[in-house]
Design a protein around this ligand. Structure first.
Ligand code: AMP
Length: 451
């Protein structure tokens, strides 16, 4: 399947070629024709699979034909759980829609000044990308005209559900024309998602993209057992000194830990900074821009803040603290191995994390093999079986990190998940033609499963 066979408008194809994409990813190959045919779609696909283009290309295809309804309101509305994801979607829309005469993108995010948003909304809009809370405010103030709306996209719908936004999403959907086309993208399509789909979608085509396993094939997962905090710190310092580590995201359990660890790493001479939900939007944007431009080697982040980060230079993800939920593990490690590159995901686990590790392994369908770095071995002997526990027999010498694989296992050559082409790393900097370029702080609802 090639892009030419998908039936997209030539001006969109031109932008796709310029983005360096040669072949559609599986979710694109399956979703684009269904969407062009006008069907509602619910797809299980997460970041890294090319899902943004899977919905944005058909959305732009619609925009290539003038609206049958007069007005200035959006024809496409994309709802996302986080500000960062909203900005990435806006950038993607601007990138793929750059040759179209009518593809004006506006992002409406929490934390951004109202007067600026009012101004953006008073001008014609084609694609509106928004986080639900702030959008509801504008709808209630009568600032948005949905009479032209043709397509509603729920991006990372599972996360919007987790974050308590789903009622807002349903309220927003109810304010849009009933004849719209609706798309739901989610990492998993479970019963909760089916419920949302039953309320908002009409006879949707279901698209299931590869098993978790296939999606993680380009990421080598490693486990290091740790005795205590000081052991973790020494291991982390060692890992960060690996010259093959270009950029890394280190995940901590709390915002405060992210700050403390980023400060400690900076004091040790690492180019490190924190990213979490308590920072103001200016600082978050500045930190992300530094990361995208390569000016930052180590980002210490919490789950919510790092969600959706798409930076091709990230070679390593390090779980300084294990995530609470298995699905967050997948989201975290998906920050590396972007756009077909390979990546390394390292998790630190204590002797008490056995059950938790098993849950993660069950969720991904893959074992996480333990590694030991000579001189930094754990003092305790982990039980065999839990999370691919370390065996004491030496295995294969590992050139990359001078570590050995506890059980001598290594996945074969890492695969490319799709196309070799990678988007230009400067993509985030210029931000495309989006009028959302002065985005600011976001949704004010911190509730993420009580965290
Ligand atoms: P997403 O899953 O939407 O977050 O996209 C992940 C990355 O894949 C982004 O950096 C996209 O620019 C890139 N990408 C999307 N579609 C393709 C494609 N067909 N070929 C190569 N890279 C792609």
């Amino acid at each position: 399947m090639s892009f030419e066979n998908l039936g997209l408008h030539p001006l969109i194809l031109q932008a796709v070629v310029e983005a360096g994409y040669t072949d559609p990813t599986p979710v694109q190959a399956q979703a684009v024709p269904e969407l062009i045919a006008g069907h509602d779609v619910m797809a299980s696909a997460q970041t890294g699979t090319g899902k943004t283009a899977a919905f944005m290309l058909p959305a732009l295809h619609r925009l290539a034909t003038p609206s049958a309804v007069r007005g200035r309101g959006p024809r496409v509305l994309v709802l996302t759980p986080t500000r960062e994801l909203a900005l990435q979607v806006s950038e993607a829309a601007a990138k793929y829609g750059r040759h179209l005469p009518r593809a004006r993108v506006v992002s409406i995010l929490g934390g951004m000044p109202y007067p600026l948003q009012n101004k953006l909304l008073s001008q014609p809009v084609d694609i509106l990308v928004a986080t639900p809370g702030r959008l509801i405010d504008h709808i209630q103030r009568g600032r948005i005209d949905f009479s032209r709306l043709e397509m509603l996209v729920l991006d990372e719908a599972d996360r919007m559900l987790d974050m308590g936004f789903i009622d807002d999403v349903e309220t927003i959907a109810a304010a849009t024309p009933a004849g719209r086309q609706t798309l739901l993208f989610s990492a998993t399509l479970d019963s909760a998602m089916n419920g949302v789909a039953a309320r908002l979608l009409r006879s949707p085509r279901r698209i299931q993209i590869a098993a978790q396993q296939a999606r993680l094939d380009n990421i080598e997962q490693r486990l290091h057992y740790v005795d205590d905090l000081s052991h973790k710190n020494r291991l982390l310092d060692h890992l960060l000194r690996d010259i093959e580590l270009k950029q890394a995201i280190v995940f901590t359990a709390t915002k405060r830990d992210a700050d403390t660890l980023a400060d400690a790493l900076s004091a040790q001479g690492h180019e490190a900074a924190a990213l979490h939900g308590d920072m103001n939007q200016r600082d978050r944007t500045r930190t992300l821009t530094r990361l995208r431009r390569g000016g930052l080697r180590v980002l210490v982040a919490t789950d919510v803040a790092a969600r959706g980060i798409d930076v091709s230079g990230i070679t390593h993800v390090i779980n300084f603290d294990l995530p609470k939920f298995a699905e967050d593990y997948v989201h975290r490690i998906g920050r590396t191995g972007r756009a077909g590159a390979s990546g390394i995901a390292v998790s630190f686990a204590s002797g008490r994390d056995g059950v938790h590790l098993k849950k993660i392994e069950r969720f991904t369908g893959q074992r996480i093999h333990s590694h030991v770095i000579p001189g930094l071995e754990p003092r305790f002997k982990p039980h065999a079986g839990a999370g691919g526990a370390a065996r004491s027999a030496p295995g294969i010498a590992r050139k990359r990190s001078h570590a050995w694989s506890g059980d001598g296992h290594r996945e074969g050559g890492r695969q490319r998940s799709f196309g070799d082409s990678r988007p230009g790393s400067g993509e985030g900097g210029s931000g495309g033609a989006s009028r959302s370029r002065a985005p600011a702080a976001g949704t004010t609802r911190p509730s993420f499963r009580g965290r």
